[in-house]
Design a binder for this molecule. Structure first.
Ligand SMILES: O=P(O)(O)OC[C@H]1O[C@](O)(COP(=O)(O)O)[C@@H](O)[C@@H]1O
Ligand SMILES: [Mg+2]
Ligand SMILES: [Mg+2]
Length: 341
């Protein structure tokens, strides 16, 4: 007969670690060789290291601008640079990624692992404008199986395969808790970081976004730069009494809508006529996640995952979230388009 202590411990298992979950998922694919599993572990490790830097950002000298501009013409923050270095190093040491594309670097980063079967596109630190003010930020990643022969150097073709060729995608959210959310094309799972054990534990096995929502996320500071159809949509949302929520960190706004329902909009503006967000390491990975969770991601003309990739730091408008809300934006945009023709 077990005593109360044993019963209590037996009744409270610590949970499924990310490692165990990856192994369990791998065993569902008889031909899996473990390289993608190892790559996901490497990304989780980099996420843990950046989490440590983010948590003590105020204590150590990584606040503020780094003093360089990246290829986007944006002032790099110190934490952008730190996160970039940490991720590249973790992927180099992991040995599975033969090349990386980063928001913070102009061109392909070769890891020296030419035997690696995968390439990774990443936004090492998303929500840079929020770094110094202790607001949630994140890391976004997208993984492809290379198309160039193993043993050779990766080329731009490996990165410009198109959104539907992603074999995995996800993000790490550094918020009130740190979470890793990813998909390998078989649903979306979320893991919460347990600091004291240094482990990610499965906390959200099958994430599904609600079909509809009552929250809209966009920077209304650009109201007068938005297309008329978007202003019409936002006006309708307000007339319905929907909530406006805008953190200014794409990962954090996306995460909230993923769990609660809602829509994130970054339309074309006069300042960014093609949209602001980057196709390869912001829009594609979140579009794969949202479709796997039952939502939609559109550019106003087509599904984000169907946009043809032409160059590395390509931008596009994005409307992503609950299906009913994205569909409504599209129908207004199409009506405006037809009226203009
Ligand atoms: O300040 P704006 O124009 O509203 O843009 C905010 C958006 O830009 C971003 O900060 C762009 O990402 P980075 O921080 O990785 O450059 C998104 O996270 C965010 O949603
Ligand atoms: Mg970003
Ligand atoms: Mg960034």
């Amino acid at each position: 007969m077990s005593n109360p202590l044993q019963e209590n411990v037996l009744a409270n298992p610590v949970g499924t670690t990310l490692d165990r979950y990856i192994m369990r998922k791998q065993s569902e694919f008889p031909f899996a060789t473990g390289e993608l599993s190892q790559l996901l572990r490497d990304i989780a490790l980099a996420g843990k290291i950046i989490n440590r830097e983010v948590n003590r950002a105020g204590l150590i000298d990584i606040a503020g601008a780094f003093g360089n501009q990246n290829i986007q013409g944006e002032q790099q923050q110190k934490l952008d640079v730190v996160a970039n270095i940490r991720f590249i190093r973790a992927l180099k040491n992991g040995g599975q990624a033969c090349a990386i594309l980063s928001e913070e670097e102009d061109d392909i980063i070769y890891t020296g692992n030419d035997q690696g079967k995968y390439v990774v596109a990443m936004d090492p630190l998303d929500g840079s404008s929020n770094i110094d003010v202790n607001v949630s930020i994140g890391t976004i990643f997208s993984i492809y199986r290379r198309v160039t022969p193993v043993g050779t150097q990766a080329t731009r073709e490996d990165f410009l395969q198109g959104g539907r060729k992603q074999v995995a995608a996800g993000y790490v959210l550094y918020g009130s808790s740190t979470m890793l959310v990813y998909t390998t094309g078989h649903g979306v799972a979320g893991f919460t970081y347990e600091n004291s054990l240094g482990e990610f534990f499965l906390s959200h096995p099958e994430i599904r976004i609600p079909q509809d929502g009552a929250t809209f996320s966009c920077n209304e500071g650009y109201w007068y730069q938005y297309p008329e159809s978007i202003r019409a949509y936002l006006t309708t949302c307000k007339q319905r009494g929907y909530s406006g929520r805008y953190i200014g960190s794409l990962v954090a706004d996306f995460h909230r809508n993923l769990f609660k329902g809602g829509i994130y909009l970054y339309p074309p503006t006069e300042k960014t006529p093609e949209g602001k967000l980057r196709l390869l390491y912001e829009c594609y990975p979140l579009a794969l996640l949202i479709e796997q969770a039952g939502g939609q991601a559109q550019s106003g003309h087509e599904a984000i995952l169907d946009i043809e990739p032409v160059y590395f730091h390509q931008r596009c408008p994005i409307y992503v979230g609950s299906t009913d809300m994205v569909k409504e934006v599209l129908s207004l945009a199409n009506a405006a388009h037809e009226a203009a023709c």
